[in-house]
Design a binder for this molecule. Sequence first.
Ligand SMILES: Cc1ncc(C[n+]2csc(CCOP(=O)(O)OP(=O)(O)O)c2C)c(N)n1
Ligand SMILES: [Mg+2]
Length: 334
Amino acid sequence: MPVTSEQAKTARGAGALSSADRLKLYRFLRLARECDNAILRLYRQGKIVGGAYTGYGNEATAVGSAYALEPQDYLLPMHRDLGAHLVRGQSLRHIFLQQLARGESLTGGRDGTGHYADPGLKIYGNVSHLAAMIPVAVGMALASRMKKENAVVLNYIGDGGCNVGEFHEGLNMAAVMRLPLILIIENNQFAYSTPNSRQFFCQKLSDRALGYGIPGVTIDGTDVAKVYETTRAAVDRARSGEGPTLIESITMRMHGHSAADDASYVPKEMLEQWKKKDPLEKLERMLLSERILTEAKRDEFAVSIAAEIEEAVTYALEAPYPAPDDALEGVYAP
Ligand SMILES: Cc1ncc(C[n+]2csc(CCOP(=O)(O)OP(=O)(O)O)c2C)c(N)n1
Ligand SMILES: [Mg+2]
């Protein structure tokens, strides 16, 4: 399947974001948010078999960074990055078939959430083990360079996941070999119930880049344009052979770790403070004030997004589960 995403058609070669780009980014943020709402509804209706994870608060990081990729590039998202799948061109049917573990999904109903690969779109979703995808991303960057694809690899990790050994091994190898890797740390203040203060002692996670001799930058992860511009610069750098960049994108996980977690350990005031920086609302306010977005257009987006999601959810709910007889097929290596 060819890459057919909106992003692929428009973002290539882009310097500063045009008004049309910013409207697209807004629509992707909103689409990601509404997909999350639909996932939560399905979970509460008992229709999702496993856990449900949302990207509330992380949308600008996922959307803005994926928008900086070109069709030949590789995307290795983590569990908060539904927005990146959407920018890359993943269909809503596949998103919901996967969430609902249907036989027709990209994992044939054997796994849920973002744990899938779609080689046609060059999306290689995460496995559950945090940081395990970093060395995989590094290997893909090396393979891609050997094949002269002129591609870059974009991978993400959490503030919790970046304390796992593979983070260091992977980044060091990527630095030494000048591989075309962009690693984004989605610093959303918590790893499950563990706050940042109990996870790392450095001031900025991007400071770790210094230890590998590569650039590291910390940005406001609620500002989608900032995320895009920073990632775009790192993508250009990687593509021109200058090697990897580490980006720390600061935001807040506005929901519990999963829908099963009420996040009662998160101070209320903290959530209230971050609510003011909601990535979607922030961009909406800005675009309305600049008259790039009108209220009528905003409402039009809301209606079309709701209809698209409804269509995909209905389709996925009606699709069958995998047949019990072949449920184990492809689960174990021969
Ligand atoms: C190596 C490893 N340890 C523990 C877990 C269990 N686990 C899954 S997600 C998660 C929290 C991750 O936090 P973070 O990396 O900050 O990402 P966030 O969920 O906050 O976006 C944990 C502990 C895991 N999947 N892999
Ligand atoms: Mg986190």
